[in-house]
Write a protein that binds this ligand. Structure first.
Ligand SMILES: [Zn+2]
Length: 443
């Protein structure tokens, strides 16, 4: 590693220390080691802690929020008796979810990006953010991140970028030792510049949108550019990590990809370990699957966030589908495992018999089909799909038959598929590529 990179790491490490002291108080180091200890504790200890936090939260919600007071009717309610919380409930009566015990000026406003539907506004408090950051620090260490280590960030949520004045953004990147490649505007020129810059700066980890990482890896691979940065790991987050994204990135960057699953409403939900399992963050939340058997039948993920006292989220239907596992992970960590994360419920298809088919099936089948540059499959009804394709000269009638057949294999042979030829499939405003869209009503 060049000497100036080592010097920058030390400066950045000191800046992180000062920042955390300022934000979290003098005890931040002990908070961090307590967090790390709990996340690697025995299953019994983790669940006992979670249970205690859950009881405290339910009591707080009943005693201080109009919505839950009305809903629970009693202080001694069990979580299983509480109906799932829908996004529309929050939209319709936001103020009723806010705790009377947390002064208005201590609420921190936040919102989801609205990549799948209408944006959702909600509130969090300072403790939520402190706990959330402590967890992110600890989990990101699984992928090799540490304070002061340089990181390439390929990210692009407009709200994240626009919220910062340019100089502030630059300053933040400098002291955090972050290098930013805007995932919204990935062009050959920006990727070439980033590659050359990284050859000088030696990032130790990458944090990226899976689709942006894939685009960058594709560019490097197609142009015969081989990174010599000796990465410790890559963290992906915020959208589905398709298997072809992972395999290309792991080949090009010669390191492991660690998938991180989270949401702005509730923080970090699960993180992949070195053994490839997603461990659930039981310190900060209580996760359930809305399914008759969460270990065999995938269902909607319900999250109860344990630290946000400004606005409790209890059994919140976050919009993703998953399944649990009772496996013991060979990595040694005892946090429970989220076996399958099938992605957005709005990207997951349903057959007439109720079977769920997730986006990953279609991307696996179609990403390397000759003749197809881009595709998007839309489920309009249980009997009808629209397949949008951007084709090239290798497209033939056989390509069309193959794609329709693969769709009908899982959705049913009586499902009609309309193929539409497009010049381009534009990115939605979130910048996250959507391969599948379900227009079926939820439920
Ligand atoms: Zn593990």
């Amino acid at each position: 590693m060049p000497i100036h990179s080592t010097a920058k790491k030390l400066v950045s490490k000191a800046a992180w220390y000062a920042y955390n002291m300022y934000r979290k108080g003098i005890s931040y180091r002990s908070q961090l080691s307590k967090t790390a200890a709990l996340l690697s504790a025995s299953r019994a200890d983790i669940l006992a802690f979670q249970n205690e936090q859950l009881e405290k939260l339910l009591r707080h919600a009943y005693l201080t929020t109009p919505y839950y007071r009305e809903l629970f009717k009693t202080e001694s309610i069990h979580i299983s008796q509480i109906p799932p919380l829908e996004k529309k409930d929050i939209r319709e009566q936001l103020e009723h979810f806010c705790s009377e015990a947390v002064p208005r000026e201590q609420r921190i406003r936040n919102a989801t990006g609205g990549s799948t539907g209408t944006p959702l506004t909600f509130y969090q408090d300072r403790n939520y953010w402190n706990q959330r950051n402590l967890s992110v620090y600890c989990f990101d260490r699984w992928a090799g991140w540490d304070f002061g280590e340089s990181q390439l960030i390929i990210w692009g949520a407009l709200s994240d970028v626009e919220g910062n004045a340019d100089w502030k953004h630059q300053l933040n990147n400098f002291w955090r030792n972050h290098y930013w490649l805007n995932g919204f505007h990935l062009t050959d020129a920006t990727m070439q510049t980033a590659f050359q810059q990284m050859d000088r700066c030696y990032p130790r980890t990458i944090l990226a949108y899976p689709s942006s990482l894939y685009q960058f890896a594709t560019y490097l691979s197609e142009n015969g550019l081989s990174p010599k940065w000796n990465l410790k790991g890559i963290i992906t987050s915020a959208e589905m990590l398709h298997s072809h994204y992972r395999s290309l990135a792991e080949t090009v960057f010669r390191t492991k990809v660690y998938n991180r699953y989270g949401g702005r409403e509730v923080g970090l939900i699960a993180m992949e370990c070195e053994a490839g399992h997603m461990h659930i963050n039981c310190r900060d939340l209580y996760l359930e699957i809305d399914s008759p058997d969460p270990y065999t039948i995938p269902g909607d993920i319900l999250i109860t966030q344990l630290n946000n006292y400004a606005m409790p989220f209890i059994r919140y239907r976050i919009g993703d589908i998953g399944r649990l596992s009772d496996e013991v992970c060979p990595c040694g960590n005892q946090l429970p495992i989220l076996a399958e994360l099938l992605g957005r419920s709005t990207a997951t298809f349903r057959t007439r018999t109720g079977t769920l088919i997730h986006a990953g099936y279609f991307t696996q089948q179609f990403y390397n089909v000759l003749g197809v540059d881009q595709f998007q499959l839309i489920q309009e009804s249980l009997k009808h799909c629209i397949l949008k394709v951007v084709i090239n000269t290798q497209w033939t009638g056989a390509t069309r038959r193959y794609m329709v057949q693969k769709i009908q294999e899982v959705l049913g042979t009586d499902v009609s598929v309309t193929v539409k030829f497009e010049k381009e499939i534009p990115l939605p405003t979130s910048g996250k590529r959507e391969f599948t869209i379900s227009n079926l009503p939820c439920g």
